[in-house]
Design a protein around this ligand. Structure first.
Ligand SMILES: [Zn+2]
Length: 77
């Protein structure tokens, strides 16, 4: 039994690069997006995701508050 697992061989032709956050295309290490269009699309998507998260938190808070308030009014004391 060998203690070390064999590492996956890294791609030799693309030594240092990152991937476009929007489409996953290989881009130079410092860049985050392959095209300005991709950057715009990604920021739009990110905003949408943030809005979704905020919306979910708001819904949860509303439900929680509603729960406590209705509890308070239905069963005071
Ligand atoms: Zn891209």
């Amino acid at each position: 039994m060998s203690k070390e697992r064999k590492r996956k061989t890294e791609e030799p032709r693309l030594p240092r690069h990152s991937h476009c956050l929007n489409c996953g295309e290989a881009v130079p290490p410092r860049k985050k997006h392959c095209t300005p269009g991709c950057e715009r699309e990604y920021s739009r998507w990110k905003k949408r995701e943030q809005m979704k998260t905020v919306g979910m938190i708001l819904v949860l808070l509303t439900v929680l508050i509603w729960f406590f308030v209705s509890n308070y009014f239905l069963f005071p004391g």
